[in-house]
Design a protein around this ligand. Structure first.
Ligand code: DGT
Length: 381
């Protein structure tokens, strides 16, 4: 049977809005590979990301809570999957490119170091001489250099649109020059924060770091609880925590879609590049933006800086800092692949990359080996 090679193009033509990122308009890849016979370029990107080892390692990286606190809460992997699912739903409703959206969502946290934001803070401090550390910047290094899957080129050779999306996340410089990111990039950013606002509430409640009473002081939570009561009746609310999380996601997504649909109304005949240059932003309504701001400020103090996380942050910080010192002081202890990278890059950058690629548990074991008096090289991940 002959394969219908451009079927994805026809489907996109029928289903996507003009301002979506169409596969036929992709600028392609750094290393030319020709087209796949039946997968579009962004579906191919998605598959490459999904099959990368950096993606698999997300399962061993904490989002906010460490594995020592149990196995209920999110890891970077489950967070990423939740983001992809929310973003894909929104892309479908707004007639944006789902494959492109999914690929962007799956790659968005691939550069996170071990130990969540504590790991990032520790690395940033250690790497000051080379400009600090950013997980978005490191994601570009992973997909362009460190993943080794092809004989002809390093990295995953993703489309320039995916790479650009990651660079935009790293720089956030577009805001200053009035050019907006592609709509799908904006959508993933929004899905990211909607997912973590809701799941951090869920995890914190489940771990007993917060009470429903404290949360109900917040306008967005009161709004969600009211919606649940209207739907279920006050005496029939079972599993309130789960219902709250679902409602928080639902109300944020609904508001975002309503507001975005209105903003896109005047753009019906524009193309992806036009809406970028017109500076079109997809956002929540003003009211919800305010309420989300209140929730995020609350989570920052009450959860991300909770007493139970202080020893976790401290231990992570010291582990990263000690290993950084051992390895910058004695580069022979780096695995061979990273020793080679020191020929062309500052030692601080290479040690930072090596540490950032680790999972939490791998970092724990390598830390023990780095500091127990051994002298051999540490393991590659
Ligand atoms: N922003 C921030 N988030 C934290 C902190 N500690 C824990 N978290 C949690 C809250 C969320 O679950 C998650 C947010 O971090 P992400 O790196 O995913 O998003 P962020 O907006 O910081 O960066 P990004 O949009 O990826 O450039 O980390 C912290 O100190 N700062």
């Amino acid at each position: 049977m002959m394969l219908d090679t451009r079927r994805y193009d026809d489907r996109e033509h029928l289903t996507l809005a003009s301002y979506a990122m169409h596969s036929r308009d992709s600028q392609g890849r750094k290393h030319d590979e020709g087209e796949h016979s039946y997968r579009g370029p962004f579906a191919r990107d998605r598959d490459r990301i999904l099959h990368s080892s950096a993606f698999r390692r997300l399962s061993g990286k904490m989002q906010v809570f460490t594995g020592e606190m149990g196995i209920y809460h999110r890891t970077r992997l489950t967070h990423t999957i939740e983001v992809a699912s929310i973003a894909r739903t929104m892309a479908r409703v707004l007639r944006l490119n789902e494959d492109f959206t999914e690929a962007l969502a799956l790659v968005h946290d691939i550069g996170h170091p071990p130990y969540g934001h504590c790991g990032e803070d520790a690395l940033s401090e250690c790497m000051q001489r080379v400009g600090g550390f950013s997980h978005n910047g490191f994601a570009s290094v992973i997909v362009e250099e460190l993943e080794q899957r092809y004989a002809d080129f390093p990295g995953l050779n993703l489309t320039l649109e995916i790479l650009d999306g990651q660079v935009i996340r790293a720089n956030k410089a577009h805001a200053a020059i009035g050019i907006a990111p592609l709509l799908e990039v904006q959508l993933v950013d929004a899905a990211d924060s909607m997912a973590y606002d809701a799941h951090d509430v869920d995890d914190a409640l489940q771990l007993g770091l917060l009470s429903m009473h404290e949360l109900s002081e917040l306008a967005i939570v009161r709004r969600a609880l009211e919606m649940i009561k209207q739907r279920c009746g006050t005496d029939r609310i079972r599993q309130l925590r789960q219902a709250l999380v679902h409602q928080l996601i639902d109300l944020q997504v609904t508001d975002f879609l309503q507001e975005s649909s209105e903003r896109l109304l005047p753009c019906q005949s524009l193309h992806a590049g036009d809406v970028r240059h017109a500076g079109v932003r997809l956002e929540h309504s003003d009211d919800l933006r305010r309420e989300r701001g209140e929730l995020e400020a609350f989570l920052f103090d009450a959860v991300y800086r909770h007493q139970r996380l202080i020893p976790v942050r401290r231990a992570a910080y010291h582990r990263v800092q000690d290993m950084f010192q051992v390895l910058t002081g004695d580069p022979k202890r780096l695995p061979l692949r990273f020793r080679r990278r020191t020929e062309t890059r500052p030692i601080e950058s290479v040690v930072g990359e090596y540490l950032a690629g680790m999972t939490d548990a791998f970092c724990d074991t390598q830390y023990r080996y780095a500091t127990d008096g051994s002298t051999g090289p540490l393991a590659d991940w």
